[in-house]
Design a protein around this ligand. Structure first.
Ligand SMILES: Cc1cc2nc3c(=O)[nH]c(=O)nc-3n(C[C@H](O)[C@H](O)[C@H](O)COP(=O)(O)OP(=O)(O)OC[C@H]3O[C@@H](n4cnc5c(N)ncnc54)[C@H](O)[C@@H]3O)c2cc1C
Length: 441
């Protein structure tokens, strides 16, 4: 069959978007008798328009289920067993990772390499056809039901129609599928939105001697900075700020970005001898929302369905998890056990239950670390006692890898207990004397 005539058939599903959500969904549906077409306007390997690269152990466990090779998606990328959170000039908290699926480390992957592994995987999946440089321009509807797409292909002058029983929008934050069906925004948080810009650098000074670690500097003035040692010796350096504060700064995004880095000695000390080797990427007002998950002949997954601030680095995991939950229901729909409406209702309920609590936890953390500016006395005492306590580190690691329910993460009782034990620990450390790695640099 020629490339063009392959698209003449009626598909069970057309998936728009072939990165974490779309590619993993197709991989899970392959070999089940479904005819699946994945369309992406990008060509691979390429980076997604805006994304930082942290991949945590729980996301890697989902990649294991897809039989993705860690040695490939994390090639030449350092393992980080720990990260340091500098809280202004007040103190430092050190967070390690409890083993999960045999891993007590995280990566800051090269997203081009990582996404390409997912895309390449689809070539080996029976029943799945892929097209890159294939931009979906509109949806085809019949009697209010989505029944296909119009797609512009590189070798054709005009967009062509392709039909399917349903269309899945895995097409990211600015999802064309979501916009075309007018998917309702069901939850939105605008009160804590942030603006983020980042670039790759070479020659960045290490944080300290010893193993490579991730470095977060919360400057306690509405801004935060992250050093992510990534593939091939490059470091992604990200600046994040309250959107209202960022919006008040004058200059181009690149001027503001560099100005912010230079103004923080704790950040610039690592960059003074380094050079930026990529374009600046980023976005103003990162969205925090859920959309309606599905309707007649369509469903949304990944960022198209649910997007949030990147502070807790949950986006890739959430996209992979959402795809897994959707695949479970689509298999039952295809087998005739469930109608489309039943299948997507189950998916919507399961996805919301799995994603909403962490979403709220991330919103709380953005508020705590970027919006609340604690008085120095509070930062030096209660905050330090809590955030530097080893139990806090364990709790945080469990939360970030979704082993702990967010509801119980920092209840008033937990806070009180951590503060009391933290204060006692600080007192003992002072009496003992000697170096304290929670002291600021
Ligand atoms: C600043 C920032 C930092 C982040 N940092 C992290 C992090 O450290 N760790 C983490 O886990 N997550 C992070 N995220 C979130 C993460 O990037 C996303 O959650 C994840 O990429 C979502 O995957 P996806 O497959 O849903 O969408 P995407 O990765 O956005 O992929 C969507 C795909 O759809 C394609 N597409 C779009 N429109 C069309 C069309 N009309 N026709 C055909 N194809 C189309 C695009 O080309 C793209 O390939 C960050 C996000 C931001 C904004």
């Amino acid at each position: 069959m020629s490339e063009a005539s392959e698209l003449d058939q009626d598909f069970d599903l057309i998936i728009v978007g072939g990165r974490p959500a779309g590619a993993s969904l197709a991989a899970r549906l392959g070999g089940q008798g479904l005819r699946v077409l994945v369309l992406d306007k990008a060509s691979f390997p390429s980076r997604p328009p805006v994304s930082a690269p942290f991949v945590l152990p729980h996301a890697m466990a989902l990649l294991d289920e897809l039989e993705l090779d860690e040695a490939e998606y994390a090639a030449d990328t350092p393992r980080m067993h720990e990260f340091v959170l500098e809280f202004g000039g007040y103190f430092r908290a050190w967070i390690g990772f409890e083993p999960l699926a045999g891993r007590d480390y995280v990566y800051a992957v090269d997203r081009a390499r990582f996404d390409h592994c997912l895309w390449r995987k689809l070539a080996r999946v029976p029943g799945v056809i892929t097209r890159e440089r294939a931009r979906v321009t509109e949806l085809i509807r019949e009697a209010d039901r989505v029944v296909g797409v119009r797609v512009a292909l590189p070798d054709q002058d005009e967009p062509r129609s392709v039909r399917a029983r349903a269309v899945i929008g895995a097409d990211g934050r600015r999802s064309l599928v979501a916009r075309s069906v007018d998917a309702e925004v069901t939850v939105e948080r605008r009160d804590v939105d942030t603006t983020i810009y980042y670039a790759h650098w070479e020659g960045v000074a290490p944080y300290q001697d010893g193993p490579t670690i991730a470095h977060i500097h919360a400057s306690c003035d509405g801004f935060s900075f992250v050093f992510m040692p990534s593939a091939d010796g490059q470091v992604m350096v990200l600046a994040q700020g309250r959107s209202d504060y960022w919006g008040a700064l004058e200059g181009s995004p690149a001027q503001i970005y560099e100005g912010l880095l230079r103004a923080r000695p704790a950040v610039w000390r690592r960059l003074a001898g380094a050079r930026r080797v990529s374009e600046l990427s980023g976005m103003k007002r990162v969205g925090n929302l859920f959309r309606a998950p599905a309707g007649p002949g369509w469903a949304l997954v990944g960022d198209a369905y649910h997007q949030k601030d990147s502070l807790d680095a949950q986006g890739i995991y959430d996209a992979l998890l959402g795809a897994k939950l959707l695949a479970t229901q689509l298999r039952r729909w295809h087998a005739g056990d469930l109608s489309w409406d039943q299948a997507v209702a189950n998916y919507g309920a399961a996805a919301h239950a799995a994603l909403a609590p962490m979403f709220e936890a991330t919103m709380d953390r953005v508020k705590r670390e970027l919006y609340d500016e604690p008085p120095p006395f509070v930062a030096k005492t209660i905050l330090r006692w809590v955030l530097t306590h080893p139990d806090y580190a364990r709790r945080f690691s469990d939360l970030a890898t979704r082993r702990r329910e967010p509801e119980g993460f920092l209840t008033p009782g937990v806070l009180l207990g951590l503060a009391a034990r933290g204060a006692a620990g600080r007192l003992r450390a002072r009496l003992r004397g000697g170096a304290d790695r929670t002291d600021p640099l």
